[in-house]
Ligand binder design. Structure first.
Ligand SMILES: *[C@@H]1O[C@H](CO)[C@@H](O)[C@H](O)[C@H]1NC(C)=O
Ligand SMILES: *[C@@H]1O[C@H](CO)[C@@H](O)[C@H](O)[C@H]1NC(C)=O
Ligand SMILES: *[C@@H]1O[C@H](CO)[C@@H](O)[C@H](O)[C@H]1NC(C)=O
Ligand SMILES: *[C@@H]1O[C@H](CO)[C@@H](O)[C@H](O)[C@H]1NC(C)=O
Ligand SMILES: *[C@@H]1O[C@H](CO)[C@@H](O)[C@H](O)[C@H]1NC(C)=O
Ligand SMILES: *[C@@H]1O[C@H](CO)[C@@H](O)[C@H](O)[C@H]1NC(C)=O
Ligand SMILES: *[C@@H]1O[C@H](CO)[C@@H](O)[C@H](O)[C@H]1NC(C)=O
Ligand SMILES: *[C@@H]1O[C@H](CO)[C@@H](O)[C@H](O)[C@H]1NC(C)=O
Length: 565
């Protein structure tokens, strides 16, 4: 369904394409959805924003997205200007006036109101009065170095892409995430074999059983033949400069496990510890041989699923305790990788919830004091972080001051009290992402890899119906459109202008009306994320130690990234 606006956008983009001859900024084709607004992409149309250029030292570029409907709206201004730089919010075109609010809108408003009511008084906005905040940025106080941002290329993603017949629409998905005109992602997580977001459980060398030499792990599985080609296409078409792929196994083939099953209470049999380490090496080798070098691997996805959480987790998982993982890592995986041609591969543990850390690692160290030396980083999942707060991150940082700290999985819809499917257009879910990215980056995390880069309308396919939301949602009725959720843009406010190698710098807001994090990029530009979750406009006085001051006036419920020299 195309609105007038869509036709205008289409026409203007065609015009730009003909005149300019190359990529230009293409605005979002905004469409109303059940819970808010989404941007629609087809084979012929998808929104992009080139990286802004700055012509003078005092100039800044501001990218803005709002609940109302701005999506990566670019504006420019100058430090030292006497006038406020005002970001006007999106206004509905007058042609289409909805005559009644849908129940979905009413419910989401009620939900927002309830949320606002339980938030502390200090965080609550007074409607209709502009509030103000001073933000002090100091580029000489620096913190962690950013490794990057990314998403996951699961079997579900591969399957959905296969169903989009037009190569052009697949390419739009790749460029939207990994292109410089898209979100500028550089990290990616893939499963070694299957995961729950697959059509069935699978692994390499399922047969022959009891095969310690893994004689059948000589070529890519048919599913990976497709997936590897897709990822290579993504890499080429997006122009991503240094794609860093992180692999993780969900489960070994059942024959290596104590319960001989994909799921349930099952651990690796002791006699297969070396075989399972060899499996990892062979997988890295297979990927490399087929043109996809692997940057990192982890000790395996969510080890507690096969030890404690069997009543809830029905998908393929391999149980580890800290002592057994320490033995496997120190005596098998670590030496196997470090003595191979992939000795520099980055090793992560434990790909599980933050509340396990750092206790998990302390316990590993008690069993094998050298086990932690093999690790380059700690990879954690965000799912319970609202309950298990920043102290877990602080303690992990204190324990591992010199290792990489990354989020390796995140999505919404996993909780019993959440709807286990995409809520198309939900700004509330996008705000959850914004809060979490902000707090983790301020807590010293170096990187963030989100979960599935695309899912269907039900939040799958997932072979055990463990459905969730995703930043991009497919239309599986026609396979001619996909929808970019507000979440997609929120992630982009962090990833797009904060390239690998950026350093977090000091950013102090004078009150809670603004949540913020700022970076000094390798090209010496500053990028700061500004999040106004309040229901009123906000004056932000940006004070930079070198550049001077500028006042930004931003709308209610909005997020921005400012870039300047
Ligand atoms: C809202 O829900 C009520 C009760 O289910 C229904 O009667 C009404 O038609 C709905 N309104 C809209 C706008 O969908
Ligand atoms: C900026 O940070 C540096 C280094 O920590 C410090 O010496 C300086 O006083 C700070 N400047 C301001 C204006 O806070
Ligand atoms: C090797 O794996 C393939 C694919 O799973 C399977 O079809 C074949 O039977 C296996 N070969 C042996 C000897 O088990
Ligand atoms: C593999 O080993 C298990 C345990 O020793 C045994 O029960 C099973 O029969 C073996 N499978 C094959 C195909 O030899
Ligand atoms: C690991 O344990 C040893 C004692 O066995 C201790 O000396 C060392 O500090 C511990 N390392 C860490 C990172 O906890
Ligand atoms: C998943 O849901 C579908 C449709 O509701 C159902 O037919 C199927 O049995 C479910 N599968 C599992 C593993 O629960
Ligand atoms: C998918 O496309 C069909 C056909 O155009 C349309 O009826 C349906 O509403 C679309 N789905 C979504 C989620 O927009
Ligand atoms: C910048 O703003 C700060 C805080 O409001 C103020 O103290 C300072 O005088 C301003 N500097 C300039 C050059 O306007």
């Amino acid at each position: 369904m195309f609105s007038c606006r869509s036709y205008l956008l289409l026409l203007s983009s065609l015009l730009i394409a003909t005149i300019g001859g190359q990529a230009e900024n293409i605005p979002c084709n905004l469409q109303d959805a059940e819970y808010g607004k989404v941007c629609v992409c087809t084979a012929d149309y998808c929104d992009y924003l080139e990286n802004p250029t700055l012509s003078e030292d005092s100039e800044f570029a501001l990218i803005s997205s709002t609940q109302e409907g701005l999506r990566f709206e670019l504006s420019k201004g100058n430090f030292g200007a006497s006038e406020k730089h005002v970001v006007d919010d999106y206004e509905e075109p007058v042609v289409e006036v909805p005559n009644e609010a849908s129940n979905a809108t009413i419910f989401s408003r009620l939900y927002d109101a309830a949320l606002a009511a339980i938030r502390p008084q200090s965080e609550r906005a007074t409607p209709s009065t502009t509030r103000s905040v001073t933000l002090r940025l100091n580029r000489t106080t620096t913190f962690q170095r950013i490794e990057g941002f990314g998403g996951s290329f699961t079997g579900a993603v591969s399957y959905l892409l296969e169903n989009y017949e037009a190569q052009a629409i697949q390419d739009h998905l790749y460029k939207s995430y990994y292109g410089a005109d898209g979100l500028g992602f550089n990290l990616m997580r893939v499963a070694m074999g299957g995961c729950d977001f697959d059509l069935e459980a699978w692994s390499y060398n399922e047969y022959p059983e009891n095969d310690t030499s893994l004689t059948n792990m000589t070529k890519l599985d048919d599913r990976d033949v497709i997936r590897v080609e897709q990822i290579k296409r993504l890499r080429d078409i997006s122009g991503v400069e240094n794609l860093k792929i992180k692999g993780a196994a969900w489960s070994s083939p059942p024959w290596m496990k104590t319960n001989n099953k994909w799921t349930g209470f099952g651990r690796l049999k002791r006699e297969y510890y070396q075989t399972w380490a060899d499996f990892h090496l062979k997988w890295v080798d297979l990927m490399e041989e087929n043109g996809l070098p692997i940057w990192a691997i982890s000790t395996g996805n969510e080890p507690l699923n096969g030890i404690f959480f069997m009543p809830f987790v029905k998908f393929m998982s391999l149980g580890w305790t800290p002592p057994t993982q320490a033995i496997w890592l120190a005596d098998h995986l670590g030496p196997t990788m470090r003595n191979s041609k992939y000795k520099d591969i980055v090793l992560f543990s434990n790909d599980d919830q933050r509340y396990t850390s750092p206790y998990w690692f302390k316990w590993m160290n008690r069993t094998r004091p050298n086990s932690l030396d093999y690790l380059d980083g700690v990879s954690l999942h965000w799912y319970w972080d609202e309950i298990f707060g920043s102290t877990f991150a602080d303690k992990t940082n204190e324990y591992f001051p010199n290792k990489l700290h990354i989020i390796s999985e995140s999505c919404i819809g996993d909780k019993p009290w959440q709807q286990a499917r995409p809520l198309l257009g939900s700004w509330a879910r996008a705000e959850k992402y914004a809060r979490s990215y902000l707090s983790h980056l301020k807590d010293g995390f170096h990187a963030w890899i989100d979960w599935n880069i695309i899912l269907d309308e039900e939040g799958g396919p997932n072979y055990v119906n463990n459905t969730v939301d995703a930043p991009v949602v497919a239309n599986t009725t026609t396979y001619t459109e996909f929808y970019k959720q507000p979440m997609f843009y929120i992630i982009g406010h962090f990833s797009k202008l904060v390239p690998e190698g950026s350093l977090r710098i000091e950013a102090i807001a004078s009150n809670v009306n603004l949540d913020t994090v700022a970076f000094l990029r390798p090209d010496n530009k500053i990028a700061a994320v500004l999040f106004n979750s309040g229901r009123a406009a906000l004056d932000i006085v940006v004070v930079d130690t070198i550049r001077g001051n500028v006042t930004l006036n931003v709308p209610a419920k909005s997020i921005h990234t400012i870039l300047y020299n």
